[in-house]
Design a protein around this ligand. Structure first.
Ligand code: DX5
Length: 218
């Protein structure tokens, strides 16, 4: 079954705990936690203190994505604060430093993920493929919710699906950016297992119906 990971970047931050409870009650599989530092991406979101607070109020699976420069500096802090999965961008540091970051996450008993920006080729994943628990393909330029889905990324998703089926079949393939009931089937057909969605879930009053609409009947 396709997993749905609502992105809290589109939630009402004044009621964040309730927003998370609402989507979890509505069938969310993961809670997608977008960390932005204003350097790696042109926006600043939230960090360790917010995750720690959410962890105290929710047992949901925290899918923490670091859109920060040199994530090796913070992966341990996010694991300590309650992340179930920590995901770094391949473009955010050298291959060696990012591999060390993922090894650190796994040594703390958490899952490790890697993300590709739209402009980065699938081949940049090769050093990480055998060890990753999740690969995320961005279908918008990272930094903001509410953008349109980039259909030119579908071929890359298909390619990565093939690589994973061959090299690491237990690894999940996540897609993020512009996911709606219209674009979700395209991403799933291309090979996605997990769909991140911000505005198409938190932008709706009935979150359970919004999640069901994304999950569709694949
Ligand atoms: C953007 C974030 C996404 C974003 C998705 O950089 O990584 O998770 O919140 O929002 P929508 O689904 O509205 O494109």
């Amino acid at each position: 079954m396709i997993k749905i990971a609502p992105s809290i970047l589109s939630a009402d931050f004044a009621r964040l705990g309730e927003e998370v409870d609402d989507v979890v009650a509505g069938g969310a599989d993961y809670v997608h936690f977008d960390v932005m530092d204003g350097i790696f991406v042109p926006n600043i979101s939230f960090g360790v203190p917010v995750l720690r607070s959410l962890r105290r109020s929710s047992s949901a699976f925290m899918d923490v994505r670091l859109m920060i420069d040199r994530p090796i500096r913070y992966v341990k802090a996010f694991c300590d604060a309650g992340a179930d999965l920590v995901n770094v961008h391949v473009e955010s540091d050298t291959v060696d430093q990012n591999i060390f970051a993922l090894q650190t996450v796994k040594a703390m008993g958490r899952k490790a993920g890697v993300t590709l920006k739209p402009g980065t080729d699938a081949e940049a994943l090769m050093p990480f493929l055998p060890m990753a628990d999740l690969i995320l393909v961005m279908t918008v330029e990272p930094g903001f919710g509410g953008q349109s889905f980039m259909v030119d990324q579908l071929e890359k998703i298909r390619m990565i699906r093939m690589y994973l089926d061959e090299i690491n079949p237990r690894c999940e393939l996540e897609v993020d950016g512009g996911i709606t009931p219209e674009t979700a089937p395209l991403a799933v057909e291309a090979g996605a297992d997990v769909l991140v969605a911000g505005s198409s879930v938190f932008g709706k009053n009935d979150r359970a119906a919004a999640i069901a609409a994304l999950r569709g009947k694949y």
